[in-house]
Design a protein around this ligand. Structure first.
Ligand code: NDP
Length: 240
């Protein structure tokens, strides 16, 4: 059977890059989106369009999807994976960092959803997978705004599931635990970064890899369209 178009945001590193390789290995044409084009192009995947797009730019996000659909047909799977984590003490964190997380992590996800939902409803098929976080299920110190953004992603996902399931469209929330990627690198406080790294080492919850998350997501997508894994929490076995 001909494999359908998969759109992956945040494909220039971490989970998104592993997802791109996994879906490409099984023959899907891809649209990869992130700001760093060179990283995505370096993957050199067949039947793949890479575009430098900021997901908070609704128009550019939508346009990239429409252009890829001209080439590969309608989007069957959108993985809203792009995100930033700027950890900070709520008492002192610069509110610009709160806004950045809301714009990218929450509105970026909603921008992507709106770009594909109409077509999916019309053709009664398709899947949207939104990457929330275990920090969208549980609170953690220094995570106030990040938690707010990831709880919001879960809320949006669960609401969209109610709106789209009558149209046979699957909407899935994924809540990964801590995995070593570039994600921590954007936090501006060295003290918080060091504390996070120490916790990962001392807890032993540092064995899970981005590829494990990518494979789990692919498993959820590969189930029949009539079967919905609504929500999945995946973490290192040793994470609390
Ligand atoms: P990375 O930092 O490795 O990857 C994040 C990706 O998002 C990059 O490709 C980055 O690309 C992209 N991105 C960031 N901002 C934008 C933007 N404005 N527009 C387009 N793309 C953007 O982190 P992970 O792979 O770990 O994270 C992926 C997702 O998983 C995130 O949503 C994160 O919150 C979530 N997550 C991660 C966990 C972890 O421990 N690693 C745990 C739970 C959830 P570029 O900079 O080129 O734009």
């Amino acid at each position: 059977m001909e494999k359908k178009l998969v759109v992956i945001t945040g494909a220039s590193s971490g989970f998104g890059m592993e997802l791109a390789k996994e879906f490409s290995n099984s023959g899907h044409p891809l649209l990869l989106l992130a700001r760093r084009l060179d990283k995505m192009e370096a993957l050199n995947l067949p039947n793949t369009i890479c575009k430098s797009v900021d997901v908070s730019d609704k128009g550019a996000f939508e346009q990239a999807i429409r252009e890829a659909e001209q080439v590969y047909g309608k989007t069957d799977l959108l993985i809203n994976n792009a995100g930033v984590m700027l950890l900070g003490d709520l008492a002192t964190q610069n509110p610009k960092e709160w806004k950045q997380m809301m714009d990218i992590n929450v509105l970026g996800v909603m921008n992507g959803m709106q770009a594909v939902m109409g077509d999916m409803k019309e053709r009664q098929g398709g899947t949207i997978i939104n990457i929330s976080s275990i920090a969208g299920v549980l609170p953690f110190p220094n995570h106030a705004a990040y938690c707010a953004s990831k709880y919001a992603v879960r809320g949006v996902t669960q609401t969209a599931r109610l709106e789209l399931s009558p149209f046979n469209v699957r909407v899935i929330a994924v809540e990964p635990g801590a995995v070593a990627t570039e994600l921590l690198g954007h936090t501006t406080s060295d003290q918080i970064k060091d504390g996070y790294k120490q916790w990962m080492q001392s807890s032993g919850a540092n064995r899970i890899q981005a590829i494990d998350v990518a494979r789990t997501i692919k498993f959820a997508y590969d189930l029949p369209q009539s079967v919905l894994l609504r929500e999945l929490i995946i973490s290192d076995t040793k994470q609390d």
